[in-house]
Design a protein around this ligand. Sequence first.
Ligand SMILES: NC(=O)c1ccc[n+]([C@@H]2O[C@H](COP(=O)([O-])OP(=O)(O)OC[C@H]3O[C@@H](n4cnc5c(N)ncnc54)[C@H](OP(=O)(O)O)[C@@H]3O)[C@@H](O)[C@H]2O)c1
Length: 316
Amino acid sequence: MYAGGTGKAIITMKRVLLVGGSGMLGSNIVVSNSAFELYPTYLRNRIAHPRASQLDISDRDGVLKRVEAIKPEVIVHAGGMTKPIACEKEPAVAHRVNVEGTAHLVEAARGVGARFIFLSTDIVFDGSAERYDEDSPTHPLSVYGQTKVEGEELVRAGSNDFVTVRTTVMYGWSSRYTESMAEWVLRGLRARRELNMYHDQYRQFILINDLVAAIFELIEMEDPLNETIHVAGPELLSRYEFAKKLAKTFGLPEASIRSTPFDSTPQAAFTPKRLRLDTAKAARILRTPIRGVDDGLRALVALAEESYRERFNRIF
Ligand SMILES: NC(=O)c1ccc[n+]([C@@H]2O[C@H](COP(=O)([O-])OP(=O)(O)OC[C@H]3O[C@@H](n4cnc5c(N)ncnc54)[C@H](OP(=O)(O)O)[C@@H]3O)[C@@H](O)[C@H]2O)c1
């Protein structure tokens, strides 16, 4: 963007408030960014970033004041209670953070005319259908999924410039504060620890860096989209299959990977076994390709070789 009036063109970067900058996705946005004036927030896990600040989205006044002070052009909401078990245990807290917190951010975004990019999840669906497009009726089985459905409704009703991105299980590198499924499996494989992986829970695993690139594209987009889009990997794999591919790609022995049924976990009571998102709409809207798991895992190796992981150490 160009600003000025004195005859001299000044290039200004878009101001972007990133809620959840210390999270798994947020930390990848922070270390990958070079195009935006980014204001990342955290709750408990401090970030050594010049524009970082602590923000609790359940505090309405705090949110309105912070947004008014920064006057972001875009708010990326990648924060909140994201662990389904914790939401199940504390539904009132989950509602306060994920629903009321989202309402505060939507209100604040509207106040300064900011675009609102909301991260949601595939588990707004119950898994009973073969595949889900953006217009399929939601039916969450969990408290977490229900708070996301309510968040989505608030965004749709309260924003003139929004995108809701429903995504799924992410894999990639992250900071010491978080551990993606790929990092957890790699740690187990290297320690030769027995890893029980569900052979019957299927998701469209997405490389975090691809999701980050899609979000960057949505920040840059000229006109308001005002749509929900499904951003997920192209193929459906079980966690067991994913772990096997990971071991192969990293040249680690697969012997410690055990196949186990998803029903063996208490989470099975409120988590769909198989979820397939139709991603055709996102493919039409976005230039960013979302890689399949084989290519994504090769990219993971390349990122490690390019010292991508070290970027986290300076900030988190
Ligand atoms: N991870 C996945 O596989 C996945 C799948 C589908 C959808 N999603 C969605 O993608 C988004 C990012 O997920 P993620 O895995 O990166 O999340 P995450 O690692 O759990 O990070 C959550 C972030 O929210 C912050 N936070 C928690 N409570 C807050 C509050 N009351 N006020 C302000 N900030 C608060 C945390 O701060 P501190 O850490 O500093 O306390 C952290 O920065 C979420 O919307 C999630 O629902 C994730």
